[in-house]
Write a protein that binds this ligand. Structure first.
Ligand code: ATP
Length: 200
């Protein structure tokens, strides 16, 4: 079984994915893969330089993310060209990692933008949404990263709203007002339900 795990920034995706790994899942962290392909020597670097020129390459040979952000912010066609390079490489690396799962092992794809990107729905069997209010997202991310409230709000505004995510969910965990122990119990109960129903 393939589970797509998603939720807004600071909702608790990483916390839940670690719990699922503790229960026996294989984790594929798509955010980490997306970062890795555009790091120095990353698989996307030759194509990115060929497509956008040396101006988007940082001194260390990785992608100059600030420069790239500026480029795609102003130009939707550039964003599509960027995605046409990144998505197949990220997809291939996800599949490579998924293929290292043990036979019958449940695979959890942690995909922050699962609802936004659309293509993930066909890749996973079930979607698990971790939900929290904006106030709690804000509080957690500021506490964890020291970002300003303003910066966190800007990220939240770019992500799908909670209603859209809820519509995409096969199961939803409301991760608010729960201790980590209580969250873990919810994750265990869902894991039992889904792995028992899984026939493959
Ligand atoms: P991001 O999108 O930024 O990667 P995320 O959705 O993966 O965030 P986590 O990193 O799991 O979120 O959680 C954000 C912070 O909130 C972490 O510091 C985590 O320990 C804390 N946290 C998450 N859930 C709970 C909870 N139920 N009780 C207490 N702290 C929590």
């Amino acid at each position: 079984m393939r589970i797509g795990l998603t939720g807004g920034i600071g909702s608790g995706k990483s916390t839940v994915s670690s719990m699922l790994v503790g229960l026996g899942a294989k984790l594929v962290d798509t955010d980490a893969i997306a970062r890795a392909v555009a790091q120095p020597q990353g698989a996307a670097m030759p194509a990115l330089e060929a497509e956008f020129g040396p101006a988007v390459i940082a001194a260390d040979g990785g992608l100059d993310r600030a420069r790239m952000r500026e480029l795609v912010f102003a130009d939707p066609a550039a964003r599509r060209r960027l995605e046409a390079i990144l998505h197949p490489l990220i997809g291939a690396e996800c599949e490579r990692q998924a293929a290292t799962a043990a036979p019958g092992q449940t695979i959890v794809f942690d995909v922050p933008l699962l609802v936004e990107s659309g293509r993930w729905r066909a890749i996973v069997d079930r979607v698990l949404v971790i939900d929290a209010s904006e106030a709690v997202q804000l509080e957690r991310v500021v506490a964890r990263s020291g970002w300003t409230a303003e910066a966190v709000r800007a990220v939240i505004a770019q992500q799908a709203d909670r209603r859209l995510r809820r519509q995409a969910a096969d199961a939803l965990i409301f991760n608010e007002g729960l201790s980590l122990a209580e969250l873990s119990l919810e994750v265990q109960s869902l894991w039992k339900r889904w792995t028992a129903a899984d026939t493959r």
